[in-house]
Write a protein that binds this ligand. Sequence first.
Ligand SMILES: Cc1ncc(COP(=O)(O)O)c(C=O)c1O
Length: 507
Amino acid sequence: MPDVILDAAVAVAVGRAHNPEIRDWLVRRRKAGHRNWLYVAQQSEMLRLLVLEAEKENTSNPGAAARDQLASLQQSCLWLAALAEDGDTLSDPDPVAAGLTRAASRVGNDTRIVTDNPGHLERGLPFISLDSAVAEALAACPIPLVDLRAQQDRLRAGLERSLHRVLHHGKFIQGPEIHALEAALAEYVGVEHCIGVSSGTDALLIALMALEIGPGDEVVTTPFSFIATAEMIALVGATAVFADVDPRTGNLDAARLEPAITRRTRAILPVSLYGQCADMTQINQVAQKHQLPVIEDAAQSFGALHRGMKSCALSTIGCTSFFPAKPLGAYGDAGAIFTSDADLARIMRELLNHGQDGHYHHVRLGVNGRMDSMQAAVLREKLSVLDDELTQRQFLADRYSELLQELTGRAGLSLPFVLAENRSAWAQYTIQINHRDRLRQRLLEAGIPSAVHYPMVLFRQPAFQQSVSNCPHSVSLATKVMSLPLHPYLAATTQHTVVEHLKRVLG
Ligand SMILES: Cc1ncc(COP(=O)(O)O)c(C=O)c1O
């Protein structure tokens, strides 16, 4: 069932408490993940109609009663913003209907406007009568792997306000939002410098460039990661040297790190996979012994803790991604770099802006790696709920583990393992299981999506094609890992459905 907008008179009819079935229908739609909207441009019309009704009933304070009724509708409906184009409809004999139609088309092509206005109904779709809307069966709500809608609904007013502010001041590049976000993120992570960049990939690139890593150099890293980790090492001309991972966590095994270090090694680049920090204490010890800088690829672990310290604050440079599905996600590409080294921070700021130290004065070769003001505006809003969402992710991960406990060992199933000194950001809830691809297919047929992070170790990717024999755990994990649907707003019923189906396919 698509989104619905309640036309003013219908909203009034529903708001007046005489329609328990329709209210129930709206509540059920919301619970099933569908959106019901009230159009802001009709708010005064709704209030006017509600006051008229209240006066007819001799209510003592009609204005207050009307506002209460409208407020109660907000439990199942969201406010849909009116934009400038909605006012530019005066050539239509019914500008209100035309404005509503434009607003509906922004929400989605299949959005319906529920109305009892005969003139509106005559126009046909998107207008639809209340009866037809209620009669339309609730389509089965497909379970998304990650659902960003619920979070957007929670933050809508702030997001729209912040984005509009950028639209109006017009400083789309290096606007005030960037500095404000960097300060807030540096404080959150507990490091001196945060530098907003255009993606997690660019964060890695700029960090490697700042450390002057290039041809002839080696960087020790994990082969069990997203391509960007090793890709950026290769892009600066250096060689990625792969060391195996801890089979329980999928993170670089500090014990395997040392044998991979040679006289050419210039840095260590661990990844904090699935939201859990690599064993940074052990990794830092090895790095210190060999006097090597460490870059934490914290693309998946923003908000995670290792020994009480935040991911991104655990190494020479911390790099994170704000790809939309990450624990802290933008509405486009974005990332950030963290360091407490003032020189490195200055160099990285220059690098991300074409090596400039002043206007059109280029002291080094750099890139265009700037974060844009719109993304910074979104991220500031989202940062305000991050801790709450991390708590929720932990709660949901615990519940998955509780529900799945009895299945451990079946088809070799093992649950995520978190080191005692870590608190994961739970970017993913990733189990290990034999015959994974077959099981995933059967889950998909039952409507349960899953993901594989990652199906191929990096040295086997066609772009690398290195013959590496010392990473058996990574190779094995690539055949076994499977991530289940997870986001902070995942409903208990959905989680039970996922687990029930997993039980079924495991026989
Ligand atoms: C481990 C890891 N490193 C780097 C990146 C790259 O981040 P971005 O997509 O923001 O460039 C990702 C993104 O998925 C990642 O998971």
